[in-house]
Write a protein that binds this ligand. Structure first.
Ligand code: SAM
Length: 246
């Protein structure tokens, strides 16, 4: 097995254990998946495909979706790279990426491929970390992936193989909320951008750390999150973005 595959499978095994043993995590993700499902357009014809499905949890809420990932696992429907999708032109109604966009070194190269496979008015839905004053230290200190807040972003229209591992947790915030690159992404309309507080998520310890609060407190902390979401620049921790090709 190559190094990337070995690392992925080690992470997948540990994520699966966390998912099975941590009802708190499942409760938090149910809320996240409901937000994503609220952005699906039922009038669109075509299949729904998830890219970078990992342990494949979205499918428990969206059984009709096609689960895919770069690396093989028995629960996936297909193995594929987001830069080279095995779908015919205009055949998909929705593409969903949950915590995957910040692993795409060349977002424009991916957007070109997404445009090819999506039907007219099809939707690309991204769920990502959101960097705010309060979430920055948590993502920077307690998560193994870099925030890469100042790093250059590669805007090339293609990304040749071999493609190495890449992570930049701050990319969605920088590109879709702070608009650090003017008029980007060209040829797409942003139909939804929403950043919201996620203390329920941050203090849950996610997949890799122990929880700082018991599952029975989740409804109360989610209420607090809803109230604090009025100030995403201070308290935001997660974001949801939907785009349509023009
Ligand atoms: C942080 S994990 C998220 C997994 C899952 N979506 C979840 O929310 O638990 C990122 C996933 O994206 C996949 N990935 C990274 N780059 C990819 C690419 N170019 N094409 C397809 N999948 C990719 C990885 O293999 C990994 O499973």
């Amino acid at each position: 097995m190559n190094t990337q595959l070995t690392q992925h499978q080690t992470e997948i095994r540990s994520n699966l254990r966390a998912w099975q043993n941590k009802p708190l995590l499942r409760g938090i993700y149910s809320g996240f998946y409901r937000r994503i499902m609220g952005l699906l357009d039922p009038k669109l014809a075509g299949r729904i495909v998830e890219i970078g499905s990992g342990v494949g949890n979205l499918k428990s809420h969206l059984p009709q979706s096609i689960s895919t990932d770069l690396f093989p696992n028995p629960w996936l429907d297909a193995v594929c790279d987001g830069y080279e999708l095995p779908f015919v032109n205009g055949s998909l109604s929705h593409l969903i990426l949950f915590d995957v966009f910040h692993h795409l070194r060349a977002p424009n190269a991916f957007l070109g491929e997404a445009r090819r496979v999506l039907t007219r008015q099809g939707r690309l839905i991204l769920f990502e970390p959101y960097i705010s004053w309060s979430s920055f230290p948590v993502y920077a200190l307690f998560h193994h992936e870099p925030v890469a807040w100042q790093a250059a972003i590669n805007f090339a229209e293609s990304l040749p193989r071999p493609r190495d591992y890449y992570a930049a947790q701050g990319n969605a915030t920088r590109l879709f909320f702070r608009h650090q690159t003017r008029d980007w992404p060209s040829g797409w309309s942003l139909v939804h951008t929403e950043a919201f507080a996620g203390f329920s998520y941050l203090f849950s310890g996610g997949f890799s750390k122990p929880a700082f609060y018991p599952a029975r407190l989740l409804p109360g902390i989610e209420r607090l999150d809803r109230a604090l979401s009025r100030w995403p620049g201070l308290f935001g921790a997660r974001c949801l973005v939907a785009l349509q090709p023009l």
